[in-house]
Design a protein around this ligand. Structure first.
Ligand code: SF4
Length: 406
């Protein structure tokens, strides 16, 4: 895989993000809010909070392969091995007073929250996860209860979610000790929208043949879109990354030398196996050009002129919130844009919410689009659910099948 120069800037943004949080948690100001990854981050940032995302920490536990050690700690407390392994590994690591932030940034412990804010748009697990911390740390817990598995979204749903977002303000004011400032909030929404627009454009550079980068690159470079949306740093970063990728496209630089096949990755990354998977696809001259996962942080519905309603729309029109019909239409659109010849569905054992192979979708899409599909079993963090040998054999056979179809 070719190194991306902008990575240096990204690493600094991520380091600053965690070091600022660490400092704030120690000094007691600014206040720290924990937020679910597709939760109302703009409201929190727009009210002066520094925002920490436990799912991002969960992904770090997965990527560093520390997760598998901590999951049993949460299991022993009654949190099933079948539920979200971000939750179980994160809670387990907390109880064991361990965090990958120590090795990465010299930070001793995760930054203690002043408030916990969830949105159930992605799953119920996030609420249960935050509820554990609310009890453990005696911190207020507030959130938004979203609709799930919906097709068309109506005005009623948007109005309801917008009201729920507004309803968070009194608690957040009480925690921060600051009055809500509409202009500051609007400015954060604008910055988040600009970040999202750039993130979309960056992802869409992979429509070029050959693609200038892969899904595996994008899982790393999505960091600022997740943790720093709503900041000028994130906007600046994606301008730099975009320029680099556009230059690659202009120069015909391929992420995968001699690109022969193009794939779509559906479902969660297998965080502890990104490198071997990336190497495997590279050896097969196959580029994973697009994914549902990386697209999930595009919130370009955001509009500073209608901050509450547009936030409600952005956080309800998400792929994960929608029904099978919408999801299939979405992947079809991606198929036209990214010109892939197959889809790999990752059936993540502990995340039914982000596993879309369980109700016949691969078979329907294969027939409709005339492309090959493959389902591999694994998990986002629990590597006990993943057989590397089996996945390797399946992927090699799948690429052979693509060869035969050419
Ligand atoms: S969507 Fe899946 S991975 Fe994300 S928090 Fe929920 S259960 Fe965990």
């Amino acid at each position: 895989m070719k190194a991306i120069q902008a990575a240096k800037i990204m690493k600094k943004i991520m380091a600053d993000h965690f070091l600022d949080l660490d400092r704030a948690a120690k000094e007691g100001k600014p206040k720290v809010a924990w937020c679910t990854s597709v939760g109302p981050a703009e409201l929190l940032r727009g009210m002066g909070f520094l925002v920490y995302f436990p799912e991002n920490h969960g992904a770090m536990l997965g990527a560093t392969r520390m997760a598998t050690e901590f999951i049993p700690v949460a299991n022993a407390m009654g949190y099933s091995p079948e539920i979200c392994s971000y939750l179980t590994s994160d809670v387990g690591a907390f109880l064991k007073k361990t965090t990958p932030l120590t090795k990465a940034y010299g930070i001793e412990a995760v930054p203690k929250p002043d408030v916990l804010v969830f949105n159930t748009n992605q799953c119920r697990d996030v609420k249960d996860w935050f509820a554990w911390y609310a009890r453990e740390l005696q911190v207020p817990l507030v959130g938004i209860h979203s609709y799930r598995n919906i097709g068309a979204i109506t005005h009623h749903e948007i109005a309801d979610i917008a009201e729920q977002i507004k309803g968070l303000i009194p608690t957040l004011e009480a925690v921060s000790g600051e009055k809500f400032d509409l202009d500051r909030f609007k400015e954060t929404v604008r910055l988040s929208r600009d970040t999202s627009r750039l993130w979309r454009t960056v992802l869409e550079t992979a429509a070029a043949v050959p693609s200038p980068w892969t899904f595996f690159d994008a899982t790393i470079h999505m960091g600022p879109a997740v943790v720093a949306r709503g900041t000028q740093e994130a906007v600046d970063y994606y301008q730099v990354l975009l320029a680099e990728l556009e230059q690659r496209v202009k120069d015909g630089v391929a992420a995968i030398e001699g690109e022969q096949h193009r794939l779509y990755w559906e479902g969660m990354p297998i965080w502890g196996k990104l490198r071997p998977l990336s190497d495997l696809f590279e050896s097969l001259k196959t580029c994973v050009v697009a994914s549902t996962y990386c697209n999930s942080w595009i919130f370009d519905q955001l509009d500073p002129a209608e901050p509450f309603e547009s936030m409600a729309r952005a956080y309800t029109e998400l792929f994960i919130v929608r029904d099978e019909g919408f999801k299939e239409g979405y992947i079809e659109d991606c198929f036209r844009r990214f010109k892939f010849d197959g889809i790999v569905f990752h059936d993540a054992r502990t995340c039914p919410n982000n596993s879309n192979s369980r109700y016949g979708m691969p078979e329907r899409l294969a027939e409709k689009l005339g492309i090959a599909v493959l389902t591999i079993n694994g998990d986002l963090n629990d590597l006990r659910c993943y057989s590397e040998e089996q996945a390797k054999t399946q992927i090699e056979a799948f690429v052979e099948q693509l060869e035969e179809r050419r």
